[in-house]
Design a protein around this ligand. Structure first.
Ligand code: DX5
Ligand code: ZN
Length: 218
């Protein structure tokens, strides 16, 4: 299975985001992962849609918005308009998950569900027929640079089985604490897209070497 790398620009130099997007594009990254935080669902506060839109023309990469916000229904359309190809919403923030996912698809973007470490795989069972992606959090959301939670691997495997049973082409992404040391187990459990922030932008030899190391670790 081909594995994609999605660097999280949360860990990039915020004063030169466009240049950072270009650097990871040249280094062979497949996506730009935008960690959108509203200061309520998670304590941190990050990228508004204008920031994403400003970087959009600079690279030809897939943009994905990971919405860690209490009002995903209101914000998702703004990130689609800003140029995001995929919008990922947390199951924990969506009492009407089916409706929220349908709205993203109808607006023309790929849709996906994010599961916090405590949220079971079964919470997506009824929406598998309508999603393009599942993002399994391997840390509790809110901050970069946290330690990978290995116990989530059984859930990654359970989600992979659900995807196989569905017969649909659904990406299974992991996010949090992903490095060349932790990626092999996550991919072994069934992940095919790796989000990495600190491992890419905090690498002493730069993002290009970091992406190569990550890709060759799996
Ligand atoms: C956590 C974010 C992650 C995070 C990953 O809330 O969703 O995308 O930035 O950062 P690292 O790779 O440093 O754990
Ligand atoms: Zn993320």
């Amino acid at each position: 299975m081909a594995v994609e790398i999605a660097p999280s620009v949360l860990a990039a130099d915020a004063s030169r985001l466009g240049t950072e997007c270009q650097a990871i594009a040249e280094a062979g990254a497949h996506r730009v992962h935008w960690d959108v935080m509203d200061g309520v669902f998670v304590p941190n506060l990050t990228f508004g849609p204008d920031v994403v839109a400003a970087c959009r023309p600079l690279v030809d990469l897939h943009f994905e918005a990971h919405l860690m916000v209490v009002k995903p229904d209101e914000l998702a359309p703004l990130y689609i308009e800003a140029g995001c190809d995929t919008v990922l919403i947390h199951a924990e923030t969506c009492p009407h998950l089916h409706r929220s996912l349908a709205a993203i698809s109808e607006a023309g973007a790929r849709c996906g569900v994010v599961l916090n470490p405590h949220t079971p795989a079964s919470s997506i069972s009824e929406v598998v027929p309508m999603i393009d992606e599942v993002l399994v959090m391997t840390v509790n959301p809110g901050f970069g640079g946290q330690r990978y939670i290995a116990s989530v691997e059984s859930k990654i495997a359970a989600v992979r089985r659900m995807i196989e049973d569905s017969g649909r082409d659904i990406d299974l992404e992991v996010d949090g604490g992903i490095t060349a040391a932790t990626a092999p187990a996550a991919v072994g459990a069934g992940a095919n897209v790796l989000v990495a922030g600190s491992a890419v932008f905090g690498h002493p030899e730069g993002p290009a070497i970091a992406i190569k190391e990550l890709a060759s670790s799996v």
